[in-house]
Design a protein around this ligand. Structure first.
Ligand SMILES: Cc1ncc(COP(=O)(O)O)c(C=O)c1O
Length: 252
């Protein structure tokens, strides 16, 4: 089955009747679109599929897909849960005993059991999740509005901005807009790479959700060439807002 656009609620509901597993990311990567999980999971249809929601960008604090009817929630604990860019781990959460047993069994057979240092880092990280996320969201909200006013920025994608495609849905389904923003730099691929190279406080890196801000030009990856060459994803960390802005404004 082809991929479905995140705001296409009818398409997702149709997929529930035609597949064994429906996997969606909300907010999505990299345009941060928020799905109508309540309608997708709650519409009475002849549902065959398990619904798996990747909730990494929202974290367990901002969106609760199990309460909206999802069967499994996935988090890359590498990101906000770990929070310090020193962990690779994932979390799958379910309320269904049968699904849990199947997940535990495949984890055992495939050998994907986390080591004690990984579980220690994840548990240590989660203790400060709320503090880090609150600071990152405040910074992200301020940067989104400043970037939106900047002449070298074509468009900003942040669910917190009133003109974002799923702003209303984000307000209804989430208790905050998250600490990731995406924006399009006015320039070609090389000029966008040069902009990123000029940054000093913000590091160029693929991972996200850490205390330190990271940025990446998405179309540099194979399979992402459909995205505009100047589209960058910025994971906003806990630095001082003015340090971040001086860095961004100088590089822009
Ligand atoms: C939304 C989302 N889910 C899952 C993953 C996979 O995470 P990991 O690096 O822990 O394998 C990523 C990685 O970028 C991600 O962005």
């Amino acid at each position: 089955m082809p991929s479905i656009e995140i705001p296409d609620t009818v398409g997702w509901i149709r997929a529930l009747t035609q597949s064994e597993l429906v996997w969606l990311e909300s907010p999505s990567h990299p345009l941060l679109e928020v799905a109508d999980l309540i309608s997708i999971c709650g519409t009475p249809v002849d549902r065959r599929a398990l619904v798996v929601v990747d909730n990494t960008f929202a974290t367990p604090l901002l969106q609760k897909p199990l309460e909206m009817g999802a069967d499994i929630v996935i988090h890359s604990a590498t990101k906000f849960i770990g929070g310090h860019a020193d962990l690779v781990a994932g979390v799958a959460v379910t309320r269904e005993a049968e699904v849990r047993d199947a997940l535990v069994r495949s984890r055992m057979l495939l050998g994907a059991v986390p080591g004690s240092i990984e579980t220690f880092l994840a548990l240590r990280g989660v203790r400060t999740l709320e503090l880090r996320l609150t600071r990152g969201m405040d910074n992200a909200c301020e940067l989104a509005s400043r970037l939106d006013d900047h002449e070298r920025v074509k468009v900003v994608y942040s669910p917190g901005l009133p003109f974002h495609a799923t702003h209303q849905m984000a307000k209804e389904r989430m208790s905050g807009f998250g600490a990731v923003i995406t924006f399009e730099f006015v320039g070609n691929a090389g000029e966008t790479d040069d902009f990123i190279d000029r940054l000093g406080v913000i590091s160029s890196a693929t991972s996200l959700g850490g205390v330190e801000s990271t940025i990446e030009r998405r179309a540099r990856w194979p399979g992402q060439a459909h995205l505009p060459p100047g589209l960058v994803r910025l994971s906003v960390g806990c630095e001082h807002i003015e340090d971040l802005w001086v860095d961004l404004a100088g590089a822009l």
